[in-house]
Design a protein around this ligand. Structure first.
Ligand code: SF4
Length: 496
């Protein structure tokens, strides 16, 4: 719920009430969580809320200092008094100032896997007509440098991008060459199974400082069940690829993420232990998305958000135990949410932005020369729905930004202005995801009380806050260290 300043009804309040939102704690109905416009928060006894709103917190009350420091109240509404609040909002939304930094190049739809949860329209390995043509790639590089961001993360994706390594190479070389006059900071990422890596490819990745992102769904039985290849050897090939890449590029050059099927939900401990065994410092527990093959096989592999949250609670407990035992490993999504809660800083994760990261934080250049504001928009197009096509790579970025597709994204792209989100205590740290809501609910604004995105967000915020609040100091310290850890590798952020 939300209070606006006009609702402060004391005759002569000794302070001005700034807009804020609140929610009773689900695990303690005697206390409420408050969040301010700046994204600061605090938990107070529920019986202190009415006097706060009535302007009755005394100047000598320690709560009053706290409320003022966290921008719930102010001595006056003049510019100088509100300057720190405005500056904090600017810092939190700093991702808006520079335009999209993440640029995804889909160099081929071909893949040798047949994963039931595949989010894209993968194609058999022999069908090279699903590769990005040279003309399209040349135009895409021109578009890339029309965006203003001083940092450009270029992620190669598929299908399996290594099946069209020539295009990865030619795009990289063209971008590096073009950047001699542009002077941007470039980061290259490739999302690959890492099967069939060659020495030539590794040398090229080393030369250009590539980060590698791969999929590892857990122990051998689970990985092979989730990610079938005809030879049933996906796990072995993935682990060999990880080890090979680490030897050539360094331990930190490879990150992995797991996609959770219904079978995965039975085995949180085994999945985490597998990552520990392979020496990963991070794990990203990613639920299924409602796109592509994942939609077709939903009844076989899908599950409810409530099932996911039950799994996640178990996973979090195990992860904390692993950390207590001396092995440092965090969960990427938890770290992102905790960093939103515990630091004032902006972040690079496009799905948790308001205004939305679609088209404002990321752009996708598809193999066939069409551009999209997000990977989800591309997946919808692969399913025959072209609502979010920005335009062709032969057109300018300016044309894309004026497209009907971009207008639709922007109209529903500010969480603070969406029904339910506008009054939600979590909105300063949450995001607007109009394309996801369109895919799941049929319209970009969506209906939060029945939205899986919202249920997941609420469940995760509640779980993390409860854990942080009620746990022993050691666990609390572990969760705080996740919030302040260095940014997730660009590979994980890109894959996210
Ligand atoms: S999506 Fe849900 S959790 Fe996020 S701000 Fe909106 S109502 Fe709150």
């Amino acid at each position: 719920m939300r209070f606006e300043p006009a609702q402060a009804f004391a005759p002569e309040p000794a302070y001005i009430l700034l807009p804020f939102r609140f929610r009773r704690l689900p695990w303690d109905s005697e206390r409420v969580l408050l969040s301010s416009l700046s994204g600061d928060w605090m938990v107070i006894p529920a019986d202190r809320l009415p006097p706060l709103v009535a302007g009755e917190i005394d100047p000598g009350d320690p709560l009053r200092l706290d409320l003022e420091a966290r921008h719930f109240i102010a001595a006056s509404a003049d510019r100088a008094t509100l300057a720190p609040l405005l500056s904090q909002i600017r810092t939190r939304k700093a991702y808006l100032q520079e335009g999209p930094a993440l640029h995804i190049f889909v160099v081929s739809l071909r893949c040798h896997h047949s994963c039931a949860y595949c989010q894209v329209s993968r194609r058999p390995t022999g069908q090279s007509r699903f590769d990005m043509a040279q003309d399209a790639s040349i135009h895409a590089v021109e578009r890339l440098f029309e965006w203003p961001s001083p940092t450009l993360t270029i992620e190669f994706q598929g299908g399996e991008p290594l099946l069209h390594f020539d295009r990865v190479r030619s795009l990289t070389e063209r971008i590096v060459e073009r950047n001699r006059s542009e002077g941007r900071a470039l980061r290259f990422v490739i999302a690959s199974t890492l099967h069939d890596l060659t020495d030539e490819q590794l040398a090229f990745f080393a030369e250009h400082g590539f980060a590698l992102s791969t999929s590892l769904d857990g122990p051998e039985w689970l990985h092979n069940a989730n990610r079938p290849r005809p030879e049933r050897d996906s796990y072995r090939r993935t682990v060999e690829g990880i080890e090979r890449a680490r030897r050539a590029l360094g331990e930190d050059a490879v990150s992995a993420l797991t996609t959770l099927t219904r079978r995965s939900l039975e085995a949180p401990e085994a999945i985490i232990d597998e990552y520990r065994k392979l020496g990963f410092p991070s794990i990203f527990l990613r639920p299924l998305s409602p796109y592509g093959f994942a939609l077709k096989t939903k009844t076989r592999t899908g599950y409810t958000i409530e099932d996911f949250l039950t799994f996640y609670r178990r996973a979090l407990d195990h992860l904390l135990a692993v950390n207590r035992a001396g092995y440092r490993m965090d969960e990427v999504y938890a770290s992102l949410l905790l960093s939103q809660l515990m630091t004032p800083f902006s972040h690079g994760y496009v799905d948790l932005r308001s205004p939305t990261g679609a088209g404002l934080g990321a752009v996708v250049y598809d193999y066939d020369g069409w551009a999209y504001p997000s990977d989800e928009a591309r997946m919808l197009a692969a399913m025959g729905d072209f609502t979010f096509r920005l335009g062709r790579v032969e057109e300018t970025v300016d044309t894309w930004l004026r497209s009907e597709a971009m207008q639709r994204v922007l109209e529903a792209g500010v969480a603070e202005a969406l029904p339910t989100c506008a009054d939600c205590v979590f909105v300063p740290w949450c995001g607007a995801d109009p394309i996801d809501h369109y895919a799941r609910q049929g319209d970009t604004i969506g209906h939060r009380p029945t939205s899986d995105f919202c249920r997941k967000q609420m469940g995760m915020f509640d779980l993390l806050l409860e854990k942080w609040e009620v746990s022993e100091p050691q666990d609390r310290g572990i969760l705080e260290s996740w919030a302040f850890r260095k940014e997730p590798s660009s590979a994980l952020q890109a894959a996210a």
